[in-house]
Design a protein around this ligand. Structure first.
Ligand SMILES: *Cc1c(COP(=O)(O)O)cnc(C)c1O
Length: 383
């Protein structure tokens, strides 16, 4: 038997041989989309800081004021030592933004999804997830001990097939999808999934982690029963939340283990998030700019129309995607290659994410650098 440390050294070598090893690189950030690594400066198209608020002086000032007033840490779980008033303030604002009646904050988006799925669903229940659902949605389904099955990506007909086959044998049923898919940038057919859920006595949950928080016109008729989200992408800070009816969020506060047994978000984070949400709603041109950049990029390169600020460039092979990433890196551009298990085998890609902090000149620079990297059979990956 190899020694303890050698077992994992061998596993790392095996991952390396398949181009699947990941590594951590020291990186600092001085501006929203400009990073420094190894003494070099890079223009990033990999950050989820979609609205360019992570370095916004108003958001920083809000965090600094809260820091001065309330200190650094929150000390314990909200159930143990009580909650800061800003928890309820932010929850009310998030619920209102999502057109929901109530919200509950969690330590991260990952913890929110784990918490809600494991608290609401159990061994007698059925969970149907979109095949491309984020890892934490899948982990929640697994940990819930419910029967879980995946339907074809954005395919309500396939979800219907599973409902017809399995729904009757289970107590409750939860259909899970994402408003905007994290690695593909496309959107779920929420109205059709809502109708499907209603027709089969199922609940609908949508993860809005990649939402842009611009004020939307009412989306009645396609409202999920549960919307989860993160504070760490468009809202520029850290944490997660779940929106639902008050009976659901109150139940989560007293039963979701990833809410109960972890320390509350600190006031600095709450204050920064509130400031970011105010700006996101008051300045909807930020969300519009991120989308316009994505659309211009796709048009220039003959790619399918962008449906969000996230654009996948599908290379298929992990080695090809990595080589493209390295080529761009030499030109001072950071576009991270995404490989299995983050995406299905054979769909390795560059994931390009656009931000309001990018300028048109930034996007032009990326277009010029990517044009020679487009492989001629790339289109076959776009069904
Ligand atoms: C990033 C992400 C999460 C996790 O959010 P964190 O706050 O980073 O833990 C959850 N779901 C989706 C779809 C994501 O992209």
């Amino acid at each position: 038997m190899p020694a303890f440390a050698d077992v994992f050294a061998q596993r790392l070598e095996a991952l390396e041989a398949q181009q699947l090893r990941r590594s951590l690189v020291e990186t600092t950030r001085t501006e929203n989309v400009i990073l420094q690594r190894g003494g070099k400066s890079y223009l990033s198209f990999s950050c989820n800081n979609y609205l360019g608020l992570a370095q916004d002086t108003r958001v920083i000032a809000a965090a600094q004021n809260a820091l001065a007033d309330y200190g650094v840490g929150s000390g314990a779980s909200r159930l143990v030592t009580g909650q800061h008033p800003l928890h309820r303030t932010l929850e009310a604002r998030l619920a209102e933004h999502q057109g929901s009646d109530a919200a509950l904050l969690f330590g991260s988006g990952y913890l929110a999804n784990l918490g809600v799925i494991t608290a609401l669903m159990g061994p007698e229940d059925l969970i149907l997830l979109d095949r491309l659902s984020h890892a934490c949605l899948l982990d929640g389904a697994r940990m819930s001990e419910a029967t879980w099955l995946r339907f074809k990506h954005n395919d309500p007909a396939d979800a219907l097939r599973l409902l017809k086959k399995h729904r009757a044998r289970h107590r409750h049923c939860l259909i899970i999808t994402e408003t905007v898919f994290s690695m593909d940038g496309d959107r779920a057919p929420l109205a059709r999934l809502r109708a499907l859920a209603d027709a089969h006595d199922a609940w609908l949950m949508a993860d809005d982690a990649h939402g842009l928080y611009a004020r939307l016109s009412a989306r009645s008729g396609e409202k999920p029963d549960i919307v989860s989200g993160t504070l760490s992408k468009s809202l520029a800070s850290y944490g997660g939340y779940v929106c639902a009816k008050p009976s659901v969020t109150d139940y989560l506060a007293t039963s979701a283990r990833s809410f109960m047994f972890t320390t509350a978000l600190p006031a600095t984070v709450l204050a920064a998030t509130l400031a970011a949400l105010d700006i996101a709603e008051a300045e909807p041109d930020r969300a519009a700019r991120a989308l316009t950049h994505a659309q211009r990029f796709c048009t220039a390169l003959g790619l399918p129309t962008a449906h969000s600020q996230i654009v996948p460039l599908l290379f298929g092979d992990a080695a090809l995607a990595l080589a493209a990433m390295q080529q761009l890196e030499q030109e001072g551009l950071l576009v991270t290659a995404i490989r299995p298990p983050t995406v299905p085998k054979g769909t390795s890609r560059l994931r390009v994410s656009f931000s309001a902090a990018h300028t048109e000149a930034h996007v032009d620079r990326l277009i010029a650098a990517i044009r020679p990297l487009i492989i001629h059979d790339m289109r076959r990956h776009y069904a």
